[in-house]
Design a binder for this molecule. Structure first.
Ligand SMILES: NC(=O)c1ccc[n+]([C@@H]2O[C@H](COP(=O)([O-])OP(=O)(O)OC[C@H]3O[C@@H](n4cnc5c(N)ncnc54)[C@H](OP(=O)(O)O)[C@@H]3O)[C@@H](O)[C@H]2O)c1
Length: 251
């Protein structure tokens, strides 16, 4: 099946679902008329309708109308949703979970398939999904054991980066720069550094070494960061978030 022909359904229509749908629409992968989203209230659905997507309050309708079904509720709601949609799941469905801390086993017990392969999803489903979701920058196929680590690194990781950006900007404010300007420069600095990592494929330690002039400003700053144990603290943060995602899966 071509990406343009697939009908995409979202169970849950909040921030994650909305972001994904906007990515699909922006990339022109799927027409708005082929997207259907469900949620109990109209709080989020109004915005979907404004983008031309179809909406419903009935999760089963999403299953009936869609081939690719994306589960995007909060984790505590998912068990009830799985019970509800179970009778409508057929072999033609590709079910994708964005919900943190839910194992494939839980989903399979409910009669569904997900993208982290090894179970029911074949090459065709995987490449359709990759084609669709890669436009949102979200699609890497991984073994299931990486999913909670991905949450600790990236899902929660954006918050570590915001904290780091905030701290950089505050440092500049302390030295006399206005806050708004400092925030913009901090964000641009993060963007530039992230691009360098992706574009060069170099190890970050190499890139960091390259900007350290002997006896210069950067090495003086890095010495302070090492004294404050930034590296160990960030490693601990990734570990804590991963363990939390694992324990949520066991609840
Ligand atoms: N994997 C990752 O890296 C990552 C990162 C962030 C988030 N997530 C996960 O993504 C999920 C969604 O997060 P979010 O921030 O998008 O949440 P959100 O903005 O609160 O959206 C949740 C949506 O679920 C809807 N909902 C509630 N009960 C429902 C039900 N019984 N049936 C169908 N829909 C229902 C809500 O309806 P209303 O519109 O009526 O309120 C809302 O539209 C979470 O499980 C989170 O763990 C994953």
């Amino acid at each position: 099946m071509e990406a343009a022909e697939v009908r995409v359904g979202f169970v849950g229509a909040g921030r994650m679902a909305g972001g994904l749908a906007r990515g699909l629409l922006r990339a022109g992968k799927v027409p708005a008329s082929s997207i259907l989203a469900s949620a109990p209230s109209d709080k989020n659905l109004d915005a979907w309708r404004e983008s031309g997507c179809r909406t419903t309050h009935c999760n089963l309708e999403v299953l009936q109308e869609s081939t690719l079904v994306i589960l995007a509720t909060k984790p505590h709601v998912l068990p009830g949703v799985l019970q509800e949609i179970r009778p409508a799941v057929g072999p033609h469905h590709i079910i994708v979970s964005l919900v943190a801390g839910v194992t494939l086993q839980t989903l399979q017990r409910a009669g569904a398939m997900v993208f982290a392969r090894g179970s029911g999803a074949g090459d065709e489903e995987a490449s359709l999904l990759k084609n669709l979701l890669s436009s949102c920058g979200l699609c890497e196929e991984v073994p299931e054991s990486y999913i909670n680590i991905h949450t600790g690194l990236s899902g929660s990781g954006v918050a570590y980066v915001y904290l780091f950006a905030e701290a950089m900007a505050e440092g500049a404010v302390k030295m006399g720069m206005p806050g708004g300007l400092a925030s913009r420069i901090a964000a641009q600095t993060l963007l530039g550094a992230a691009k360098m990592m992706l574009e060069t494929g170099e190890h970050p330690a190499k890139l960091r070494g390259d900007v350290c002039t002997p006896g210069g400003t950067t090495i003086h700053a890095l010495h302070q960061l090492e004294k404050g144990a930034l590296r160990a603290t960030v490693m601990n943060a990734v570990e804590a978030a991963t363990n939390r995602a694992r324990s949520m899966a066991e609840d």
